[in-house]
Each structure stands twice: as structure tokens, then as C-alpha cells.
Design a protein around this ligand. Structure first.
Ligand SMILES: Nc1ncnc2c1ncn2[C@@H]1O[C@H](COP(=O)(O)OP(=O)(O)OP(=O)(O)O)[C@@H](O)[C@H]1O
Ligand SMILES: [Mg+2]
Length: 356
């Protein structure tokens, strides 16, 4: 076997976990707790005073723009880098006092996961299994189990380097699961894979959560966020909000008082959808605060006085034969857009007041 390029992160410190690790937190406490967690890299504050709790069996989706601090939070929670301030526990273990116990018990698929490309699928699984102290029949059983779970059983002799992106992702997930961790950190597990592979991977995540695992998943995909039990949104190092998607959509400020949301479908005489044409017209209408294309429809945030009839009257004609208007609730994207704007305004005000 050739030398691995880089050692897998969870193996740091030569940890030797037992398979079938215990449930999260002692006494059935939360799986993950962050309290004022902060990380500074010299002058840069990458993670600023972040606090939240993740209960066992949850799929927690962690979102935020590039460079907001998601991976840095994960690396602290996995015991790979120390926080500058604040504290956190994973599975009941403190990330500063007991990072080894954490690394033994968690699965971690990093954003740039390391498979050993010149090794076969089976050799990769074997390698990671051994890192976690599995040997003999136990190793074989876990290898079979995870290969079955990600449906990679008929590719065991294929070199990892020749797998397509989606299959590499699956293999990386299988490697992260080899020691049956009860808490899994997945940093953008579906980046760059096709929609079918994404859906299959999410089916798998639901299966794992259904079996009691806790999943902490970063993603830039809103449809994935909508599927999570809870989501957290971090913006420029600070957590803006966290909670179940349904609760976040009801937060004051997401749909401001005196406004309402509509979905408008603009149809040509032959029934074709013309969202772009509709968007141009709707954006010019008085009382329209925000208009965005979603799929083949336009999503609108409008003043209360703007009725479906007004919208239809404005849009119909102009090559649009029919406008279908229906009221709708906010999407998670709407939530994040609204709360980010509010946070920006708060920061501007703080700067103006000389407090930032
Ligand atoms: N080891 C490091 N040294 C210095 N700066 C770092 C280090 N690691 C991360 N950073 C900085 O911390 C900030 C947060 O980075 P992080 O990788 O956590 O963001 P992210 O939210 O995961 O972004 P992405 O969505 O692009 O993956 C960035 O400004 C990044 O450049
Ligand atoms: Mg990242």
C-alpha cells in the first residue's frame, strides 16, 4: 500500500475509539453545546461569540456566506483547533479539556476531505477502520456495513482516484462512518455533486438521523437547509439566528408588519412561463418592496395595499396572457436575506455611533 498523502484529521493523537460509541451527552444531555465560542487568527476574528445547542438525533444545518466561519466552528468542535475564548462540548466532552475523547467518538468529513486516491475503495475503508482501532472480523463487518449503506459495494476494487465526484463523496462519508460515530460533522458534503447524488446523500443522512445519530452539516443549498431539523446562520463570524426552519419563518422582521408575500406565475398564451418578463414589470410597480425569480415564478414582498387583482392587472397584457397570483410564506432564503439586512443595518448604526 502506498503512503497516504495526509493523515485523516480525526486520527490526530492516535485515538482509539470503541465501535458502537455511547449516546451523546452524559445523562442524555445535548449532543453539542457552544457558549460564546470565539476564534481569532491574529487580527481576524473568524468566529465571534457563537452560542447554540444541538439536541441528539437532530440534523443541524449550518449556513452562511463564504468566509463566515462555518469550517472554523466545525474544526473547533472536532477538537482540531483550540478556541480563543468561550467553550463548547460535543457528546458531553469539553473541546479544550478532552479533544481526544471527542475525536474518537465523532465522524468528520472535512470540506476538502482526504481520500487516498491511489488506494482502492476497500483499502480506503480498511485504512480508516484501522485508524479507529478496528481489526479482524469487527473491521470486516463495519466495512461491509458502511459500503452497503452508501451502495459502494460493487466498486470495492476501484481506485478511489478514478471515482466520479459523487462516488468520492460517498466513499468519504463511508470512511467517516466506519467507527459508528453518534455525532457526525459534514462540511459541505454535497458540494459539487449532481442533484440525484445530492438527494441520495440526503436520504442517507435522514436514515442516519432516524437511527439516532446527530448530524452537523454545512451547506450553501437552501433546499438542503429546508430539510434540516434546525438551522443556524452565521454572517461575518457572528451567529445571526438559529432554530427550526418553521419558527425562523415566523420571526418578526422576516415579513415586516404591513407587508405580504405573493408568488406570481406569468404565462404566455401557449402556457409557457415568462418569469423574467414578469419580474421586469413587477419591480417597477409601486408598493413592491422585493421581487426575485424562484424557478418559473416570481416571489414578491409587497405593501399590504397591493392586492392580487392589482398585480394581475399590472402584469397581464405585455405579452403575458395570464398571471396566477397566490399568497405564500417566506422561504428560508427570505429569512436569511431579511435578517442579514437587519444585521448590516445594526452594524452600520453601531459604526456610526462609534461602538463597532
Ligand atoms: N488557519 C487560519 N489562519 C488564518 N485565517 C484563517 C484560518 N482558517 C480560517 N481563516 C479565516 O477565517 C475566516 C473563516 O473561514 P472559514 O473557513 O471558517 O469560513 P467558511 O464559512 O467555512 O467559508 P466557506 O463557505 O468558503 O467554506 C476566513 O476569513 C478565513 O480566511
Ligand atoms: Mg468552509
Amino acid at each position: 500500500m502506498s503512503r497516504p498523502r495526509t493523515p485523516p484529521a480525526p486520527a490526530e493523537g492516535g485515538a482509539r475509539p470503541g465501535a458502537g460509541t455511547p449516546a451523546p451527552g452524559p445523562g442524555g444531555g445535548p449532543a453539542i453545546v457552544l457558549q460564546g465560542l470565539t476564534k481569532r487568527f491574529r487580527a481576524l476574528t473568524a468566529v465571534d461569540d457563537v452560542s447554540f445547542t444541538v439536541q441528539p438525533g437532530t440534523i443541524f444545518g449550518f449556513l452562511g456566506p463564504n468566509g463566515s466561519g462555518k469550517s472554523t466552528v466545525i474544526r473547533m468542535l472536532c477538537g482540531l483547533i483550540a478556541p480563543t475564548a468561550g467553550s463548547a462540548s460535543v457528546g458531553g466532552f469539553d473541546i479544550v479539556r478532552d479533544p481526544e475523547s471527542i475525536r474518537e467518538r465523532i465522524g468528520y468529513m472535512s470540506q476538502r476531505f482526504s481520500l487516498y486516491e491511489d488506494l482502492t475503495v476497500l483499502e480506503n475503508l480498511t485504512f480508516y477502520g484501522r485508524v479507529y482501532g478496528l481489526r479482524g472480523a469487527a473491521l470486516e463487518a463495519r466495512r461491509d456495513a458502511v459500503a452497503g449503506l452508501v451502495h459502494i459495494g460493487d466498486r470495492l476494487t476501484q481506485r478511489a482516484g478514478t471515482l466520479s465526484g459523487g462516488w468520492k463523496q460517498r466513499l468519504a462519508l463511508a470512511c467517516a462512518l466506519i467507527h459508528e460515530p453518534r455525532i457526525l460533522f459534514l462540511d459541505e458534503p454535497t458540494a459539487g455533486i449532481d442533484p440525484v447524488a445530492r438527494r441520495e446523500l440526503w436520504d442517507l443522512l435522514f436514515q442516519l438521523a432516524g437511527e439516532g445519530a446527530t448530524l452537523f452539516v454545512t451547506t450553501h443549498y437552501m433546499d438542503e437547509a429546508e430539510r434540516c431539523t434546525e438551522v443556524g446562520y452565521i454572517y461575518l463570524s457572528r451567529l445571526i439566528v438559529s432554530g427550526p426552519p418553521r419558527d425562523l419563518k415566523r420571526l418578526p422582521g422576516v415579513t415586516p408588519a404591513g407587508t405580504q408575500r405573493f408568488e406570481v406565475r406569468c404565462l404566455a398564451p401557449d402556457g409557457t412561463s415568462l418569469p423574467t418578463r414578469g419580474l421586469v414589470i413587477l419591480r417597477r410597480m409601486p408598493g413592491v418592496r422585493d421581487a426575485t425569480i424562484f424557478g418559473d415564478a416570481v416571489h414578491l414582498l409587497v405593501d399590504e395595499g397591493v392586492s392580487p387583482a392589482t398585480l394581475r392587472a399590472a402584469v397581464e397584457g405585455n405579452g403575458i396572457a395570464q398571471a396566477q397570483v397566490r399568497p405564500m410564506g417566506p422561504s428560508l432564503e427570505d429569512v436569511f436575506v431579511a435578517l442579514t439586512a437587519a444585521e448590516e443595518a445594526r452594524r452600520r448604526a453601531a459604526r456610526a455611533g462609534g461602538r463597532a
